[in-house]
Design a protein around this ligand. Structure first.
Ligand code: GLN
Length: 474
């Protein structure tokens, strides 16, 4: 299949095929391939065929069918879809059917996108391997005995597997970039506030982002453009104009200043460091000026992140009490039992660990020692980036210290798992745009991504660099 957003739109306009044909083909292929990876939790044929028929009708009427016309899109199951179950890969929301669409969903359908299914992920987006799903782990389509990364593992896997052309994921501390790197696709975490969070199930509200996966930079840029922009339903969404990202992909990055943070290379395994090193050489050949920079607060990022995200999670997840729309234990006889049994049975182990940690760091007497301290570290990390971007256009680094690991390999050691995010967490804490672009494979054929980070709202520059890099590698 290997279609792209651009090729589908062109084919539709030339009447080579219809959007309904593309949707049927994508649904059939996804159904056939999914047992290999478990990347989809659910396909949505009715919704897909309706959306595709709308696109065909627009084309027949001579109207613009939108920039995502007829593109099969998969959506991480933490983003609300009206009338389509949204589970967050949790028993807690196993039966939850949202009464409204997330803004990103409305916008992608308005642009002609065709939602073909909801993807598996770590429960409530908490994890780095997609093994925390209540509905089974996802296997990496590149190497089926390995994890696809997490938490948006399903969204990365479907794009790598070609069972969707593009997909939406969410990123709180690396959940788009790390699985993109592990599966060999492009994954983008936009500036915080660039895309509305309305209808994204909250994990850690000050860190949550919706962003695209694609097989090339242009498609990722086009999808982001369709969903970005101010939304009155999310007061943290930014009132900044959305540039024409695709138009900025000139291929010319001569003279662009690139900083490579010395702190980021030290944990990387040999092959990852080599491949990223070769990527940096490729940037030099394209005419970029590369220099070493320092981001000294990096060492404290993982600790600060796991204080802040667990604190916010413990508060956000208080709403799942068995009273309203979430799971209710059938065994509860008293009100208190209903709360404790419903939460005890509905949440998985990692979610419970985070709620306990978060409740602890927010509790009286510990708030100043942990939560406030972590917020101060967050300010230092942001300051590091602000200083760095005074001298460079973009920062280039690894995405993860290692490529995709074996299923089960890190499950018994949560601390080891948390270290997967060591290079992605800083960008999330600072709220800057960052992305993973494939930069080669290890000798075992495992993909490795290179991370590009830019200053707030400089997605266009980031895409230009990533696109030039991608073209030079092919
Ligand atoms: N792996 C990180 C965590 O477990 C990041 C998750 C995410 O970005 N949603 O919190």
């Amino acid at each position: 299949m290997s279609r792209t957003v651009t090729s589908i739109r062109e084919g539709l306009l030339k009447k080579e095929f219809s959007a309904v044909e593309i949707a049927r083909e994508a649904l059939a292929f996804a159904e056939r391939e999914n047992p290999k990876t478990n990347a989809y939790l659910m396909l949505s044929p009715e919704r897909a065929l309706e959306a595709a028929a709308r696109v065909d009708a627009k084309i027949a009427a001579g109207e613009d069918p939108g920039r995502l016309a007829g593109t099969p899109v998969a959506v991480k199951d933490v983003i609300l879809t009206k009338g389509l179950r949204t589970t967050c890969a949790s028993k807690m929301l196993e039966k939850f059917v949202p009464p409204y669409d997330a803004t990103a969903i409305e916008r992608l359908e308005a642009a002609g996108g065709v939602i073909i299914g909801k993807t598996n992920c770590d429960e409530f987006a908490m994890g780095s391997s997609n093994e925390n799903s209540a509905f089974g782990a996802v296997r990496n389509p590149v190497a089926l005995d390995r994890v696809p990364g997490g938490s948006s593992g399903g969204s990365a896997a479907v794009v790598a597997q070609d069972t969707a052309v593009v997909s939406l994921g969410s990123d709180t501390g690396g959940s788009i970039r790390q699985p993109a790197s592990f599966c060999g696709v492009v994954g983008v975490t936009p500036t915080y506030g660039r895309v509305s969070r309305y209808g994204l199930v909250a994990f850690a509200s000050s860190l949550d982002h919706i962003g695209p996966f694609a097989r090339n930079v242009r498609d990722a840029a086009t999808l982001l453009e369709a969903i970005a922009g101010r939304d009155p339903m999310d007061s943290t969404s930014a009132d900044a104009p959305v540039p024409d990202y695709a138009a900025g992909l000139t291929g010319d990055v001569r003279g662009m200043k690139i900083g490579v943070p010395s702190e980021y290379m030290k944990h990387a395994t040999g092959e990852t460091a080599d491949l990223v090193g070769k990527g940096i050489e490729r940037l030099k050949q394209l005419g970029c000026e590369v220099s070493e920079i320092s981001l000294p607060a990096t060492d404290y990022a993982v600790a600060a992140y796991y204080v802040i995200c667990t604190a916010e999670a413990s508060s956000n997840l208080a709403r799942y009490d068995g009273v309203r729309y979430s799971y209710r234990s059938p065994d509860a006889k008293t009100l208190n039992d209903m709360y404790t049994l419903s939460r005890g049975e509905g949440f998985g182990a990692e979610v419970k660990r985070r709620i306990m940690l978060g409740t602890y760091v927010l509790s009286h007497g510990y708030y100043d020692a942990y939560y406030l301290k972590a917020q101060k570290v967050r300010a230092l990390i942001t300051r590091d980036f602000t200083r760095a971007f005074a001298g460079v256009d973009a920062i280039v680094a690894p995405v993860s210290p290692f490529p995709a690991f074996k299923i089960g390999e890190k499950m018994s050691d949560p601390m080891e798992m948390y270290l997967s995010d060591i290079y992605t967490i800083t960008g999330s804490l600072a709220g800057i745009p960052c992305m993973s672009v494939p930069c080669g494979n290890t000798q075992d054929g495992l993909p490795v991504g290179m991370q590009i980070l830019c200053n707030h709202f400089e997605e266009q520059k980031m895409f230009r660099l990533a696109d030039a890099f991608e073209r030079a590698g092919s």
